[in-house]
Design a protein around this ligand. Structure first.
Ligand SMILES: CC(C)(COP(=O)(O)OP(=O)(O)OC[C@H]1O[C@@H](n2cnc3c(N)ncnc32)[C@H](O)[C@@H]1OP(=O)(O)O)[C@@H](O)C(=O)NCCC(=O)NCCS
Length: 383
């Protein structure tokens, strides 16, 4: 099963990579999956929601607490039938895509999908600034000594990360887990050292393949070494690494309120696109039973902060489809099905993924990064 999980993730990462195009809005990227994989392939698989049609993956969601970050295939940009399925599944908590109550969808691409979210009453959420830098021209040198992180520099990578992001969960073990993952095969971690040899800045960059936009996720400067140009330097180094990997451009999106990040990317030659907003759904009661923390505590969820547990556990297979199996409650997901939801309206030819494409996986993420309020957190998971 674990091998099948790995195989399934490869197909998802490949689909996501194939959708990355210059000129399209910055949407979920293989690098986002790669960063999530620091918790392990099983946790990553459990975080994913896949929609397929005629053997082809057409939409992928990465669930992060009460947020789902979506990517759509360019071919379904204007397809109303696909948009209807997606919005229906997002709004029906029995599908296990989003929890009962308030939730947020990052939907940067998909004209029909975005229009339907708006007309269905989803409200604009916090603004984000997408930034991109063309990598056709050479990238200027930076003032730091840059090391590409291998096992011998992993500890420095982690030290900088934790000093840059107060809520960081990165550890050396997780770094090893991440770098053994499928998405990291086209990625680099870099650490920047100052003139005294102190590790002061770090970045991870993710290629989606030659000729496609790469992602910066995340970038940070040690809190004791800010204001010295290191943010610009490590960003330049990341851009140069992506260029070496064959990326056509470097992408990042950061909360517009993170003025330091926007200024730093701008200083490193990135241009800002107009702000974009997520879609926020006000809390409402769908009639499904909310899984409370005590009920859900099956040992594997210890450490997750309140909020993350309100996400209904998924049916075996962690997949969303037009005819979902009854979801399993988190506290008893290995044995007891939840009450069966009303049968959904038949929708066009969408199918669940196969066991090979996304097999069942235990939920084991003990993660202090699952913030209660994603809107205000400067997060290393969503730059
Ligand atoms: C954002 C961050 C990387 C900046 O690092 P830094 O080393 O202080 O940045 P630099 O010294 O290279 O500054 C680059 C530019 O950004 C500007 N800048 C940096 N921090 C700023 C701030 N908080 N507010 C406004 N401008 C800021 C600098 O003035 C400089 O502008 P200039 O080139 O026009 O003079 C650092 O504060 C950090 O690690 N923050 C936490 C993690 C984070 O938010 N990462 C980015 C999203 S993943």
């Amino acid at each position: 099963m674990r091998t099948a999980t790995t195989n399934g993730l490869g197909a998802v990462v490949m689909a996501l990579a194939s959708w990355q195009r210059d000129g399209l809005p910055v949407q979920l990227h293989p690098g986002d999956l790669g960063w999530q994989e620091r918790f392990g392939a099983d946790v990553l698989a459990d975080s994913l929601r896949i929609w397929s049609r005629d053997e082809e993956i057409v939409a992928i969601g990465l669930v992060d607490g009460d947020v789902i970050r979506m990517a759509l295939a360019p071919s379904v940009d204007q397809q109303d039938d696909v948009a209807r399925v997606l919005v229906r599944d997002l709004e029906d908590s029995s599908t296990g895509v989003l929890p009962v109550g308030g939730a947020t969808v990052e939907a940067r691409f998909g004209q029909a999908f975005r229009s339907l979210l708006t007309s269905s009453g989803w409200q604009p959420d916090e603004p984000w600034t997408p930034l991109r830098r063309d990598l056709a021209p050479a990238v200027e040198d930076c003032s730091l000594r840059i090391e590409t992180v291998g096992p011998s520099h992993a500890e420095d990578r982690v030290i900088v990360q934790r000093a840059a992001f107060p809520n960081s969960t990165l550890t050396v073990d997780r770094w090893h887990t991440m770098t053994a993952g499928i998405a990291y095969q086209q990625a680099r971690c870099l650490v920047g050292y100052d003139a005294e040899g102190v590790p002061v800045a770090a970045v991870t960059v993710w290629s989606a393949g030659p000729g496609k936009p790469g992602l910066v996720e995340p970038m940070g400067v040690h809190r004791d070494h800010r204001g010295c140009g290191h943010g610009r330097s490590i960003t330049l180094a990341g851009a140069a690494a992506l260029r070496d990997l064959g990326s056509s451009s470097a992408l990042v999106a950061t909360p517009s309120s993170n003025e330091g990040a926007v200024a730093t990317y701008t200083a490193a030659g990135f241009g800002a696109d107009p702000d974009v907003t997520d879609f926020r759904r006000p809390a409402f009661d769908t009639g499904m039973r909310v899984v409370d923390r005590a009920e859900a505590a099956d040992g594997s969820n210890e450490g997750r902060p309140p909020g993350g547990l309100s996400r209904p556990a998924l049916a075996s297979g962690s997949a969303i489809n037009a005819n979902p199996q009854p979801p399993m409650l988190a506290g008893s997901r290995r044995s007891q099905p939840a009450p069966t939801a009303a049968a959904p309206t038949p929708l066009p030819n969408l199918r669940p993924p196969t066991a090979e494409s996304l097999p069942a996986a235990p939920l084991e993420c003990a993660d202090q990064l699952w913030t209660l309020d994603h809107r205000t957190a400067v997060s290393e998971r969503r730059t």
